[in-house]
Design a protein around this ligand. Structure first.
Ligand code: SER
Length: 317
């Protein structure tokens, strides 16, 4: 990767991935793509080029790719799972019509493409424990439907046209820089903010609901390592299970209480989010990612909690 376009560069993943790529590829153009109303600010704006890049506007994307001689596209535009249930047609438009625009631009201009999949690509009939790499994927959320289709379409463009598509299935991502918006796993970020502010956390996900989660530095490492992986070793492409920790609300609360003993939580379960969470894996098996491109996470729950609290104290207090 030399010149990279990040679509959704001001979002939860994009804001940190753009900065990481600018640090790691200082000689390249790392273009922060944004939509109107979500323009980059501060260091994200000042540290490199930015362009309006609406995934639904293929012409606009093609012009940016040509202008900067883009070799790799991170297509991070998406409505997360709970929001996608409210606006299913909009989710389809961004996730599917947007994807085909990106894949077409990549086919015409020889770009590599990363479009993340998710634990949301699984459904109630998927084995929930040690969910295998290759298994039943019949999700019941619109988010999940679009993620399975993303995997299939990305593999199709690789097989049919040789477009170098690769991706991972992200767990719920936890970070302190940019908040996620409208996801089922957002609670695992919000609970840290409440604990730091000394507020009782109202948890929308029920006790005993386990989901895969990951700290952002590991997620960014997965996103860049898979793009740099030796293609001759890749048996899979779209998309690899990657895992680092799995917990339920009690588990993350217990971890926070090691540092903030009076952290409080009560439950007010949101039926939409709960139904989605119940349909997702408890814990994925990521042995294919480990075998095919040496995936290895660095953070477990307590290491993440320690780092989150340190950074959120600096940010919020
Ligand atoms: N974090 C996402 C969501 O909750 C799942 O990929 O929607």
């Amino acid at each position: 990767m030399k010149n990279v376009l990040i679509i959704g560069a001001t979002g939860q993943i994009g804001s940190e991935l753009t900065m990481k790529l600018r640090r790691e590829y200082p000689e390249g153009s790392i273009v922060a793509g944004y939509i109107r109303g979500a323009e980059p600010k501060g260091i994200l704006l000042e540290s490199g080029p930015s362009e309006e890049a609406d995934v639904c506007n293929g012409q606009q994307i093609a012009e940016i790719v040509k202008k900067y001689h883009i070799d790799a596209i991170y297509n991070l535009a998406a409505l997360l799972s709970a929001t996608a249930e409210k606006f299913p047609l909009k989710a389809w438009d961004i996730q599917m019509n947007g994807l085909i625009n990106i894949l077409e631009v990549a086919r015409e201009n020889g770009c590599q493409v990363f479009t993340p999949s998710s634990i949301g690509s699984f459904g109630p009939s998927t084995p929930h424990d040690d969910t295998p790499q290759d298994t039943i994927q019949r999700p019941t959320s619109m988010y999940g439907v679009t993620k399975v289709a993303t995997e299939l379409l990305s593999d199709y463009y690789f097989t049919k046209y040789g477009v170098d598509t690769r991706a991972v299935r992200f767990p719920g991502l936890i970070s302190y820089t940019t908040l996620p918006g409208g996801g089922t796993t957002d609670y695992a970020v919000e609970i840290y903010y409440s604990a730091i502010k000394g507020e009782e956390f109202v948890c929308p996900i029920g006790k005993g609901t386990y989901m895969d989660m990951m700290y952002m530095p590991d997620a960014l490492k997965a996103a860049t390592d898979i793009m740099e992986a030796d293609p001759s070793r890749l048996i899979h492409r779209n998309a690899f299970n990657v895992a680092s920790m799995s917990f339920d609300p009690e588990g993350v609360l217990a971890s926070i209480r090691k540092y903030i003993p009076d952290a409080k939580m009560r439950y007010e379960v949101d039926p939409v989010r709960q139904a989605i969470a119940d349909s997702w894996p408890n814990k994925m098996d990521d042995s294919c990612a480990r075998a095919e491109w040496d995936w290895k996470p660095s953070y477990d729950l307590d290491e993440m909690t320690k780092d989150m609290i340190k950074h959120l104290r600096e940010k919020l207090l």
